[in-house]
Structures are given as C-alpha cells and as structure tokens.
Design a protein around this ligand. Structure first.
Ligand SMILES: Cc1cc2nc3c(=O)[nH]c(=O)nc-3n(C[C@H](O)[C@H](O)[C@H](O)COP(=O)(O)OP(=O)(O)OC[C@H]3O[C@@H](n4cnc5c(N)ncnc54)[C@H](O)[C@@H]3O)c2cc1C
Length: 395
C-alpha cells in the first residue's frame, strides 16, 4: 500500500463537502429510516459519488488513498448523524485492505477497482455461530479440488451480508493444523461472477438478523454449501495458511474506525445534552444551572475530548507507519465506553424526553453498546493493552 499523505486543506474540503451532505441529505431522513430499519440505498449512491467505497484504497487502484487521520474524521462526522452509514463502507474497506495488503498483483488489479467504485461492496466474514472472539475455533472449511476450492460452512452477524456482493471469507484449509491458525485461509467470495453476472451456486444469504440498534445496515447469516471458487482469483495471496494473520492484520485500522464512530456518538450525545440543558427550565432556571446537570456536562465533555484525542493519536501512529496495536486498542476501548456513558447521561439530562422516539437520544443509546463488541470486545481490548504494557516495559 502506498503511504497516504496528510494534506490539511484537502482534508478540510472533503470534511466540508461531507458535512453539507450529512446536513442536507442524511439528517432529515435518519429518524424515520432508522425506526423502520430501511436500507439507505440512495445514501449509498451518494457515498459512492463521494468515493467513500475507495476512501482508503490506493490511487493506483482508483481509490482516494486517504490517511487514517482523514478517514477517522470522516467516520466521526457521519457518525454524529447516523453511525450505521459508516458500517456500510467500513466493513467493505476492511475487505479491500486485505486484498491490497496481502493479495497478488493480479488479484489487486481485478478486485480493487471494482471495490473502489462500490460496484462490488462487501464485508469481512469471520464470525460463526460458535466462534467469534476465538476465531481459531471456526469450522467453515475449504477443500482443495484441482484448481478449485469447495467451501462449506455458516457465518453469522455479517454486516452488508445481504446488500453486499462479496465477502472476505475466513475458512479452514487444514483442520489438523497445530496451532489451528496455521490452517486458516482467506478467500474473496462473490455472490455473482463479476464478469458474467451469473450467480455462484452454493452462496446463500440466510436470515437478516434483528438488532437493538445499528439499523439500516443489514447483518446476515451466510450459508456456504459446496460453494466452488478457483484459487488463482479468490484465494488471497494464492497461499494457504495466511488467513488468520490477514484477519488480525486489519484490526488496527478496524479499531481506529470503531473508535471514530464512537467519538461521533459521544459528540452527538454531548451536543444534544448541552443544547437541551440550556433550554429546559425547572425551578425557574435552565437545568444547566443546576449543579447535578452541570457535573454531567463537564464529565461528558471531558470524556468526548479524551476519546477524540486518543483516536487521533492512534490514527497518527498508523499514518506514520508505527506499531499501534496498543494505541488503537486504547482508543477503541476508551471511546466506545465514552459513547455508552455519554448516551446514557444524555438520556438522563433529557429526563422523560430522552426515552422518547421523537428525540435522537434513544437511538444513540441503542447504537453505542455495539462499539464495545465490534473489532474485538472491550474485555479483549484490555487484555491486549495489558499485554503490550508489559511487553513494552519489561521488568
Ligand atoms: C451488529 C453486529 C455486527 C457485526 N458485524 C460483523 C461482521 O461484519 N463480520 C464478522 O465477522 N463479525 C461481525 N460481528 C460479530 C462480532 O465480531 C462478534 O460478536 C464479536 O467478535 C464477539 O464474538 P461473540 O459474539 O461470538 O462472543 P464470544 O466470543 O462468545 O464472547 C462472549 C463474551 O466472552 C468474552 N470473552 C471471550 N473470550 C474471552 C477471553 N479469552 N478472555 C476474556 N473474555 C473473553 C467476550 O469479551 C464476551 O464478553 C458483528 C456483531 C454484531 C452484534
């Protein structure tokens, strides 16, 4: 991957354009679409026009080649209005990153231009009904037959699984490998042949999963039954045994992304609470003048700023090509907990209205907890941070 250059004026121009779009074309529709769990087709077309499906893909493959810093700010900005939208291009960009970082040159030239335009959109398909955190426990299997692999198994919770056209699919190619991660491989698994448009037999979209929040974007079960792929185009890197490392190799950027989404939720909860506290009056004065509410605003504002700075720090490390597993883990952990706390505190500031579906607070409250689960649960984040703390500070 080429190293993205940070250009402040270019970044501001992109943020301004996206900010105008969010205000004009997203904000007026979020409340209804979210409550009805409607897939945002028109917004997806608009995001295509902005180039967001190629945001972090290198320009040589048609992408914008944005830095993690600029990308993080875009994700935060959109998440202040509707976090779900960022999932539609983020999971897709994680798939693209696996191809760009690990794919053969011919795989990059084949897949990346199609991903960049959003012609094929997709996601990462790692999780299975019996294996999430413990990825080495997956059972989806690819068996080598001539030049092809035949895949059988079930994935679950796959974002973009219904509306998307392909997934980066983690499988076992050697079920006896010890440790198991050495027997894992990654495939780019399309639903249709990109050239003929003919469906690939054996890739079935199962149920659309019903969720507490993160509405609009589809989360699906995917079933593979004798699904056949040729190795040359689809087995990423052309080699077996690399899949686990590809899956975890994208986690730093994935965590910066979840942290950025969390900052958006935390910021919105703070701004809603700040505005409401100044207009809602009790006992003859705005509630902001009651110390109990002022303390909440003070804590919320501090948490938000700290989350933002940790996230930008992790993105800066990433852009500088420095190791950032600890920084990204801290940002993801802290910012997601900040989003959860701010959403709840904003609800309390709003009193009964915070519980009403006519205000955005109840949505933020439903969206925030997912940030503690995705890209490695916060339980695991703390363990990862602790391991790094010890590794970087040997006794
Ligand atoms: C809305 C949504 C969208 C998602 N999108 C995708 C997607 O696009 N692609 C995809 O592949 N997956 C996706 N996921 C799945 C998500 O990544 C997993 O839910 C997550 O990795 C946790 O796995 P699990 O649910 O199996 O929980 P488990 O792994 O069963 O964990 C259960 C609990 O045990 C804890 N735990 C587990 N192991 C340890 C340990 N060693 N030490 C301490 N605590 C531990 C966990 O932190 C958690 O609290 C999505 C999930 C949701 C809810």
């Amino acid at each position: 991957m080429t190293s993205p250059q940070y250009d402040e004026s270019e970044e501001q121009a992109i943020l301004d354009a996206i900010g105008r779009w969010v205000e004009k074309d997203v904000a007026p529709h979020v409340m209804d679409m979210e409550h009805e769990d409607v897939y945002p087709h028109e917004m997806v077309e608009q995001m295509k026009a902005f180039g967001l499906f190629g945001a972090t893909i290198s320009p040589e493959y048609g992408g914008l080649g944005l830095s993690a810093t600029t990308y993080s700010k875009i994700v935060t900005l959109i998440s202040t209005e509707w976090m779900s939208l960022t999932g539609i291009f983020n999971s897709h960009l994680m798939m693209a990153m696996i191809v760009e970082k690990f794919g053969t040159e011919s795989q990059k030239r084949y897949w990346l231009p199609r991903f960049t335009t959003g012609e094929i959109r997709g996601a990462l398909a790692l999780t299975e009904p019996n294996a999430g955190t413990d990825l080495q426990g997956i059972t989806t299997r690819a068996t080598h037959e001539g030049d092809d692999y035949v895949i059988n198994g079930t994935k679950t919770w796959i974002s973009n699984g219904i509306e998307g056209g392909a997934v980066a699919l983690l499988v076992k190619t050697d079920v006896d490998a010890d440790p198991p991660r050495r027997g894992m491989s990654m495939f780019i698994a399309p639903k249709l042949d990109p050239e003929t448009g003919a469906p690939h037999q054996g890739f079935d979209t199962g149920r659309k999963l019903e969720k507490l929040g993160y509405k609009g974007i589809d989360s699906a079960e995917l079933v593979f039954e004798d699904y056949r792929l040729d190795a040359e185009r689809h087995l990423v890197s052309g080699e077996e045994g690399q899949g686990f490392y590809m899956a975890v190799g994208g986690l730093e950027l994935g965590r910066i992304n979840v942290a950025s989404r969390s900052v958006g939720i935390a910021q919105r909860a703070l701004s809603e609470a700040t505005a409401y506290a100044q207009t809602r009056r009790t006992f003859g004065k705005p509630i902001a003048e009651h110390q109990a509410i002022a303390l909440k605003l003070g804590e919320m504002a501090t948490r938000t700023r700290a989350a933002e700075l940790l996230t930008l720090d992790a993105a800066a490390h990433y852009d500088a090509g420095k190791r950032c597993d600890m920084e990204a883990g801290m940002a993801k952990y802290f910012a997601s907990e900040a989003a959860v706390s701010n959403a709840l505190e904003a609800m309390r500031v709003h009193g009964g209205y915070g519980y009403s579906k006519e205000y955005p607070i109840e949505r933020l409250y439903r969206e925030a907890p997912l940030m503690c689960i995705g890209e490695g649960t916060n339980e695991m984040q703390r363990i990862i941070i602790a391991r790094q703390q010890i590794a970087r500070n040997p006794a």
